[in-house]
Design a protein around this ligand. Structure first.
Ligand code: HEC
Ligand code: HEC
Length: 257
């Protein structure tokens, strides 16, 4: 459990949390100097997962080493994809008391190393816990099979076994988050398939109509599906417009000179 590397990370994360507390404007100087009496079994944990798993679970245990109660008021997560379940709210640890909480990270549509942080806000100050989900790559064989399926029917990605990765993460998202969930899976894959263009460089001028048409209609006889609802796609018009606005603002509108 306590490898030299994780020990180093604990130190680093520990230092980071003290720095965080010290830089918080409302924190008193003296609070930043004394070490936090909440001692965790680890400040950083990694769990393995497979592409296609819905979620990864973590459990963190804590002891209160102070001679007075410590009240954990909140465990703030760095994204909506991470949920920390406190056993009580507020969660009070008596002097010498111990407890644990569970955190769940939604990894649908995620690949590679997925890193998230949680900030524990207590009467003794703030601490940062870090979680990494190490998601095994999608097997190449299956990728080929999926590609073959999509070549036969480019809308296949929105159905059946494809749904969990290509549609479910989309939900009601808009703009940048929607691009991450719906488009990056193909357009920012690592490695990106050669028939999938890099959207971060423009091949020609790209205006609102360009984006709207590509997203809504895709292109027949290629792997680019039609996301418009009237084509059986998963995106509402409002979601498509949010992508158009985001793309015009965030991606080049002209080829690089
Ligand atoms: C477990 C999640 C997952 C499932 C299920 C899944 N895909 Fe994918 N898909 C990916 C990922 C990730 C990529 C990006 C390339 C990569 O990393 O393999 C991708 C890329 C693609 C591409 C772009 C070409 C490429 O190889 O990059 C197509 C087309 C595709 N998937 C079709 C499908 C179809 C059709 C199905 C269902 C039969 C499906 N996918 C099921 C995760 C998934
Ligand atoms: C299943 C994989 C896949 C997904 C998901 C996907 N694309 Fe594509 N996209 C492609 C492929 C393949 C092409 C190339 C089509 C061709 O051969 O002309 C493409 C082409 C495009 C193009 C044309 C680029 C150019 O320079 O000609 C745009 C724009 C585009 N996609 C935007 C998006 C957006 C925005 C999303 C998310 C809503 C998205 N794509 C989701 C596979 C995908």
């Amino acid at each position: 459990m306590f490898s030299p590397r994780s020990f180093l990370t604990v130190l680093l994360v520990g230092v980071a949390s003290v720095a965080w507390a010290a830089s918080a404007p409302t924190e008193k100087k003296s609070a930043a100097k004394s070490p936090n009496p909440l001692v965790w079994d680890a400040m950083e944990k990694t769990v393995p997962a497979n592409a296609g798993d819905g979620a990864a679970e973590f459990r963190f245990s804590v002891s209160n080493t102070a001679d007075q109660p410590v009240e954990i008021r909140e465990i703030r997560t760095s994204c909506g994809c991470t949920v920390a379940e406190m056993p009580a709210s507020p969660w009070v640890l008596a002097p010498g008391g111990q407890g644990s909480f569970r955190a769940t990270v939604d990894i649908r549509g995620r690949f590679g190393k997925f890193f998230k942080t949680m900030m524990v806000v207590s009467s003794a100050g703030a601490q940062v816990l870090a979680v990494t989900v190490d998601i095994a790559p999608f097997p190449e064989l299956t990728r080929d099979e999926n590609r073959a399926r999509a070549l036969g029917d480019r809308q296949a990605v929105f159905r059946g076994a494809c749904y969990s990765c290509h549609v479910e993460p989309i939900g009601g998202k808009q703009g940048a988050l929607l691009f991450d969930a719906a488009c990056a899976i193909c357009h920012e894959a690592n490695p990106r398939a050669e028939m999938v263009p890099d959207l971060r460089s423009a091949r020609g001028p790209r205006d609102a109509a360009f984006w709207r048409t590509w997203i809504t209609e895709g292109r027949e006889k290629t792997l680019m599906p039609a996301f418009g609802e009237h084509q059986g796609g998963p995106l509402s018009e409002a979601q498509i417009e949010s992508l158009v606005v985001w793309a015009l603002k965030s991606l080049p509108t002209e080829p690089a000179k």
